[in-house]
Design a binder for this molecule. Sequence first.
Ligand code: ADP
Ligand code: MG
Length: 432
Amino acid sequence: MERYKIIEEVGDGTFGSVCRAINKLSGEVVAIKKMKKKYYTWEECVNLREVKSLRRMNHPNIVKLKEVIRENNILYFVFEFMEFNLYQLMKDREKLFSEVEIRNWCFQVFQGLAYMHHCGYFHRDLKPENLLVTRDVIKIADFGLAREISSHPPYTEYVSTRWYRAPEILLQSYLYSSKVDMWAMGAIIAELFTLRPLFPGASEADEIYKICNVIGTPTKDSWPDGLNLARAINYQFPQFPGVHLSALIPSASDNAINLITSLCSWDPCKRPTAAEALRHPFFQSCYYVPPSLRPRAAVSRTPPSAVLKGTLEQQSGRRFSAALPNAKLTGSYSTVKTNASLGTGVQRKLDMVNQDLSRNAISLKSSAKQPRYQPPGRKCPFAASIKVDRNGNGASDVADKLANVTIGSRRPYVAESRHSTYKGWGSVDCGV
Ligand code: ADP
Ligand code: MG
């Protein structure tokens, strides 16, 4: 750690505090996340989700983990530095973001997500605080809860920040999928338009209540598996018809409303995948590539914020390869070094430049030939398998919590703002 000069703390999360620092040798500005928990062996460190998942991913919209250091049993992650998180940008904002800005951010986040899901991971804790922005580039961060799609359920009961938590998790499904990230994206996009959280539940029960209030109570047609989940924990949904999202998000275009509506579908199978979302008409008019990620020739030829779709399609094979921000990534391939001395106090480092570029190339290819958007169908590998724990394990707590909901009645809204200056919607008035 003596190679870095700490400048200031920039974030304090659940698992670690994050500082801006400078690499004394190179002058490079980095973010160093110091984990709160102590780590007594390297084995523990390399098995961490954040390490396992980030080591495998190399994408311009996923924050780059440069190295991992364990010193005196303290674990540090060294990341590329990003200026803001999306929440910070929203809370200080006096006027609404333009749809162009929102589209540009979302297009990048969906590209990062499509790549991540393609690599076999889902994030599980997408929220504005975990999306980092430098100028017009946005990256997904905080892989502390990331999970391999192929890993075996049951998944843990508590996952993700409540306001962005998908209903299947709220209803205690132990089998959920990358579609939980798509739900979170729906809530985040809505929040980008209004600067207010869409479902600011003050408790788990209130979270479901607020979701019902906005998108209407699920039915056996809209989410048959959800009704089974609810039955299994003895929960009754409050009855609401729902509202048209354009009433809550008046500044959004029809395409934006349509995308948010499909992302916030009760049934995970009806939510688009990240790759499908990228083909949604919301993104049709302009395929945004931030200037810093454009091929050199394109930078001088194109207007500052947009590349016309046709132009980009011609260049699409280069879209991400040109975007790889760090020349070091292209050549080297190293592995986690766990075999050397593991002694306490010895500075150890994981070289993170070991990305599988061939896999990256495959996903680039597939993203280059994107068919037009088709609303997601019902066919979904998880559709048949969403279950709750039949033994009732873990369900009773939630059943108790949810049972406190007064069905169908208006409950006083208790704002649970992240920070005192940032207020939620309050009770959504359906106008009925
Ligand atoms: P936690 O798992 O504890 O939530 P995060 O990785 O989300 O930790 O980091 C907490 C906060 O620190 C973020 O919300 C963000 O504001 C800041 N942060 C994290 N990574 C970076 C980075 N690479 N550059 C700048 N700030 C960062
Ligand atoms: Mg975080």
